[in-house]
Design a protein around this ligand. Structure first.
Ligand code: SF4
Length: 301
């Protein structure tokens, strides 16, 4: 029996669902029942009612699945797969800010730990941040955390002056304006799509700034045949699989998130065999962390 066949057998035995983020290794995406961005995965976790969810993505995403699907056993196959940006805003720091700014609404990118979500008012993802923030009164003071790049891009697009937490994604920060200039010269017919976690200088040079889910939709529906992709390179696997008649070029091949790549096929097999490691959250914390996610899903279900 191959590893993949054994995983399928165990998956059927436990009635498990494998969810994987667009940035995971190609072989993990091929194994998954559902591949998506953080918003799509959060929705899937909330509606799936599976007894066992194997979450292939970084820890905060698996925590979100547990928050939204508390009855499920949520397995995180490699507990060392964390998100450095999520760790840049601790609950204590956010609580201190709140105390000093009682009239400021705290909006958190979903890339935050469950503990930090207990200190925020509203969550958003890169796929819905623009609509959510545009819907808030212009007089409302807002702190956006933890991604200063995404926050600055939103401020520019929506003409707002949100306070920005000094965090960033180390992977997207590797993308530089000169990469776009060079790629456009090399592939003059291609459209440049970048993730809004890139710096405003990079976003300004791109043709579109889209979440990974938004990029996949855009390339599917576009009549164009060539695209330069400025985000974690794992997404190229799905783009090529879904659009065999189109060409995709990485803006910078070194844009790889080491944490997303930590989860291997062997990790998935062992997690399903042992039903471990599990995401366990204290119930009071889970309830508190759920409120800002529920607010997000209520506004944009
Ligand atoms: S790509 Fe960036 S934001 Fe996404 S998990 Fe990796 S470090 Fe975190």
């Amino acid at each position: 029996m191959t590893l993949e066949e054994e995983i399928i057998r165990l998956k059927e035995q436990h009635k498990a669902l494998i969810l994987a983020h667009n940035y995971t290794r190609p072989e993990i995406q091929n194994l998954a029942d559902f591949v998506g961005d953080s918003l799509e995965l959060a929705r899937k976790a909330a509606e799936c009612h599976a007894p066992v969810i194997v979450f292939c993505g970084v820890r905060f995403m698996a925590e979100t699945a547990k928050i939204l699907s508390p009855e499920s056993i949520v397995l995180h196959p490699n507990p060392h797969s964390g998100c450095p940006m999520a760790d840049m805003a601790t609950p204590g720091e956010v609580a201190t800010y709140r105390k000093a700014h009682p009239d400021t609404l705290v909006v958190a990118y979903v890339n935050t730990t469950a503990a930090t979500k207990t200190e925020v008012d509203l969550c958003c993802t890169s796929g819905n941040a623009e609509k959510l923030i545009a819907g808030l009164p212009s007089s409302q003071k807002i702190l956006f955390l933890p991604d200063a790049n995404l926050g600055a891009n939103l401020n520019g697009k929506l003409n707002r002056k949100m306070d920005l937490w000094p965090g960033c994604c180390p992977t997207h920060n590797k993308i530089l304006p000169e990469h776009i200039t060079a790629a456009k010269e090399k592939y003059p017919d291609a459209l440049v799509l970048v993730h809004p976690e890139c710096t405003p200088a990079v976003v300004a040079l791109a043709d579109r700034a889209l979440s990974t889910g938004g990029m996949l939709k855009f390339v599917r529906e576009s009549e164009r045949k060539e695209f330069i992709i400025g985000t974690e390179c794992g997404i190229l696997h799905r783009m090529r699989k879904e659009n065999p008649d189109k060409n995709f070029y990485p803006l910078e091949p070194a844009v790889l998130c080491p944490n997303m790549k930590k989860i291997t096929v062997e990790d998935v097999l062992f997690a399903l065999r042992d039903l471990s490691p599990r995401i366990e959250l204290d119930d009071a914390m889970r309830q508190k962390a759920k409120t800002p996610i529920d607010r997000m899903l209520e506004v944009l279900p």
